[in-house]
Design a protein around this ligand. Structure first.
Ligand code: PLP
Length: 401
């Protein structure tokens, strides 16, 4: 038995069976490449689910982590944490609408506090009846009970009822439906600029500006979930910059720590001020290790990685678009380094399996979407290599869905 098979056998005995892992065990990574337990090399276009903006073991992240590991790891928010203050300053400097940052450990947690704060903001002004959260069908906001209720995918709710009351769903991209759903009981509308887990579906043009206008008119807050789309993933710091709008609240996680767990809520002064002493907290939130690594990520993006990624992403997009002529890709969706191939006549899982066999890791979603979230440090050579492997995988996969 090879090393991979024996790891899978052990995993199947001891791990909760909640994940559908691809059948490889990754033991090492460098840049956009990883190696499995039997020494096979892969180009990583799954990117730890859109986390690895700087690729694996980027020297700046390694140095930040090592330096911090020798200094202090964890002290709790019973004290001021210099790295946390620096990170807040760095993020807020790149997020003009926001004046307040709160740190936690994941995307779900960042959304949890975003939703809690939206309710508290209105409750504090004497309007506890303004507690409804409007969210989109097919959206994904995390796996806590509140975020799974707000997320628009029933398959993630089954068995966990009763869900959190006061949540309603509207079709993503439908301005009329949103307008009808916003009332004087609405606390906030929460939306992803691009539906990530649903298969990289960008908001239709005009939808987010309309959402901004409608929430303002209705006296409700606009909450953007930029957990997947933020930190340069779409070619700008935040995806909402493409739309020329600003939210009241925004969540970030995934790429924020480049692989070290950290989440953040960024808020306007007006709303952020309502996160009053004692109202919310997280033991590990914004601890020195996490903030040191996130600072390294912000620094690298700023020092040319984000800018260079736009050119490579444009090249990748162009190369992937050529796959359409093969007849099995109907289009390429997304922006920057968050892309999806939409397939026809062939199963995403079959294409994914063949790509993996040929040394490329991708993320099949549902029956007909392949999500690609490579590092922003990807080179054009690596982009070409991935496009070639995908082309071959598409051609080799059996017909049928
Ligand atoms: C991944 C994701 C989350 C959840 O983040 P976790 O860190 O897994 O809790 C929330 N929202 C969006 C848009 C995501 O892509």
């Amino acid at each position: 038995m090879n090393a991979t098979d024996s790891l899978i056998e052990r995993a199947n005995k001891v791990l909760a069976p909640n994940y559908r892992q691809q059948p490889i065990a990754i033991v090492r990574g460098q840049g956009s490449r990883v190696w499995d337990a039997d020494g096979k090399e892969y180009l990583d276009f799954l990117g730890g689910v859109a986390v690895g903006v700087l690729g694996h073991c980027h020297p700046a992240m390694v140095k930040a982590l090592e330096d911090q590991a020798r200094t202090v790891w964890h002290v709790s928010n019973h004290f001021y944490i210099p790295r946390q203050i620096e990170l807040a300053e760095a993020l807020l400097a790149r997020t003009p609408f926001a004046r307040r940052a709160f740190f936690c450990n994941s995307g779900a947690e960042a959304n949890e506090v975003m939703l809690k704060l939206a309710r508290k903001y209105h409750a504090d002004q004497g309007h506890p009846e303004r507690h409804e959260i409007v969210a989109c069908k097919d959206s994904f906001h995390g796996r806590t009970l509140f975020t799974v209720t707000v997320g628009g995918q029933e398959k993630y709710q089954h068995g966990f009822e009763p869900l959190v009351p006061g949540v309603r769903h509207v079709p993503f991209g439908d301005v009329k439906a949103l307008e009808a759903a916003l009332t004087d009981r609405t606390a906030a509308f929460i939306v992803e600029p691009t539906l990530g887990e649903a298969g990289v579906i960008p908001a239709p043009p005009g939808y987010l500006p309309a959402a901004r206008e409608l929430t303002r008119k209705a006296g409700a807050l606009l909450c953007l979930d930029e957990v997947q789309t933020g930190m340069g993933r779409t070619g700008r710091w935040w995806a909402h910059e493409w739309e020329g709008i600003t939210p009241d609240l925004m969540s970030s996680a995934k790429a924020l720590g480049g692989g070290f767990p950290i989440g953040a809520l960024l808020a306007t002064e007006e709303v952020g001020a309502h996160l009053t002493p004692g109202s919310h907290g997280a033991t590990f939130g914004g601890n020195p290790l996490a903030c040191a690594v996130a600072l390294a990520v912000v620094g690298e993006l700023e020092r040319g990685v984000l800018e260079r990624s736009r050119e490579v992403a444009a090249h990748l997009h162009e190369r992937l678009s050529l796959l359409v002529t093969g007849g099995r890709v109907t289009r390429v969706r997304g922006r920057g380094m968050l892309l999806a191939l939409v397939l026809q006549g062939v199963k995403a899982s079959e294409v994914g399996r063949r790509a993996r066999d040929n040394g490329l890791l991708v993320n099949p979603i549902g029956e007909d979407v392949i999500r690609l979230a490579p590092a922003l440090t990807l080179t054009t050579t690596e982009a070409d290599e991935a496009a070639l492997i995908l082309g071959a995988a598409l051609a080799a996969a059996p017909s049928g869905v």
